[in-house]
Design a protein around this ligand. Structure first.
Ligand code: ADP
Length: 384
């Protein structure tokens, strides 16, 4: 049977350490054996141990929730002999994954606090282990990226294509091109199409999360007002339907901007769409565009329900949805908007309540403008 020290020496994290250095760590190690199917730790539990697999196989699962469904677990990595998982820092930590044995598994469990102390006290060990850790994290990220790329290719080819086909058949039938349809059948076909359109949008959003980056942007120089008008066409009817006033405040002169018009339109409609969604009847939403130094500042302001302060730091995270929110949505709109703004070299942020009014929310983003400020007439006109 191998000693704990020799197992540590063979692990990716501790290889290259001298025997006496390893002996320091052995003092904080214990051996544990798990039957197939055992959960070593669960997502959300406090974490205080780092594990090295001596023998067997551990799968790391993460709870994934898309849309308003109840969610399910997705496996993101398989850990085998010599590899590490778990928590290793000095402070207590909440596990972000669940570790599940798929076969009989022997592990070395290292007390994280003890290990941390050694790393802090001994610079050489600390430096070496940290260096290895970067490798471990980078390979886990690569692995996750490969998995994501695989899932995305399934989403784009295997899910989107048949859905798009069903949607177009529905339309053909609803429009009566495949024979006469009753009003009731037409109604059902239209509803079915709307659900499919929703699904296709969700798939597009999931694909967007991974593919929006600066190299993907197809930029051109366009007058910003053109974009504002296009956005207004989408948002004005939604606001009107809900009994919300929609204000647009823009400089009188057109500001040309180098951007991906499609993506920027996506950001502004996402923000305004949310403003409509989270504002009740009688409220006001405002799109305001101006210059800040040599940059373009876009603000979307609402008088709606606002965002709890504890949710503000997570609001731009992938799949984040407010705890009290019960409307439809996948929690991707803001995450995609952030990626798009950053890919344009800009920055996006939120204030809630809006400091000027003390209610609702104010989302702002800045983008680099391509022309000199002197060319721009920043006098503001009101366009509704
Ligand atoms: P979704 O709208 O699909 O939930 P988003 O990424 O657009 O996804 O928004 C994430 C969350 O941010 C929402 O679920 C909501 O909690 C909060 N949020 C976004 N915009 C607003 C707003 N204008 N007012 C209040 N809450 C908002």
């Amino acid at each position: 049977m191998q000693t704990t020290r020799s197992l540590l020496a063979q692990s990716r994290l501790f290889e290259g350490l001298a025997d006496d250095e390893l002996n320091n760590i052995v003092g904080f190690c214990s051996k544990e054996v798990y039957a197939p199917g055992t959960t070593i730790f669960s997502e959300g539990e406090p974490g205080n141990k780092l594990y090295i697999v001596e023998d067997g196989k551990v799968v790391l699962d993460m709870a994934l929730r898309i849309g308003s469904g109840s969610g399910r677990n997705g496996s993101i990595d398989v850990i085998t002999k010599g590899q590490v998982f778990g928590w290793w820092g000095g402070e207590s930590y909440i596990q972000t994954m669940t570790a599940r044995c798929v076969e009989k598994t022997k592990v070395i469990a290292i007390d994280a606090k003890g290990l941390w102390q050694i790393l802090e006290q001994n610079d050489r060990i600390g430096y070496r282990v940290m260096k290895k850790l970067v490798g471990v994290i980078s390979s886990r990220l690569l692995n996750t990226r490969d998995t994501l790329a695989h899932v995305l290719s399934i989403a784009s080819h295997d899910l989107k294509a048949p859905l798009a086909a069903v949607e177009s058949y529905n339309k053909v039938m609803a429009d009566g091109y495949a024979g006469e349809v009753t009003e009731k059948q037409k109604n059902m076909l239209t509803k079915s199409s709307a659900r499919i359109t929703g699904l296709l949008n969700l798939i597009d959003n999931i694909l967007d999360i991974s593919r929006v980056d600066a190299s993907e942007l197809k930029t051109q120089t366009i007058p910003l007002l053109e974009l504002v008008d296009k956005t207004r066409e989408v948002i004005a009817p939604l606001a009107e339907e809900k009994g919300i006033t929609f204000e647009v405040i823009v400089p009188e002169q057109l500001i040309p901007i180098k951007c991906s018009p499609y993506r920027l339109h996506q950001v502004i409609t996402n923000l305004l769409g949310n403003a409509v969604k989270f504002t009740s009847q009688g409220g006001t939403i405002t799109l305001k565009i101006g210059m800040q130094d040599d940059r373009i500042l876009v603000e979307v302001i609402d008088t709606g329900l606002g965002i709890p302060s504890e949710e503000l730091p997570q609001i731009f995270g992938d799949f984040f949805r407010g705890v009290k929110v019960d409307s439809d949505g996948a929690g991707l709109g803001l995450a995609i908007s952030k990626k798009i703004v950053e890919a344009h070299g800009g920055k996006i942020w939120v204030e809630s309540p809006n400091p000027a009014s003390g209610v609702g929310s104010k989302f702002s983003f800045i983008l680099p403008a391509i022309q000199l400020q002197s060319e721009v007439n920043t006098g503001r006109g009101i366009r509704v």
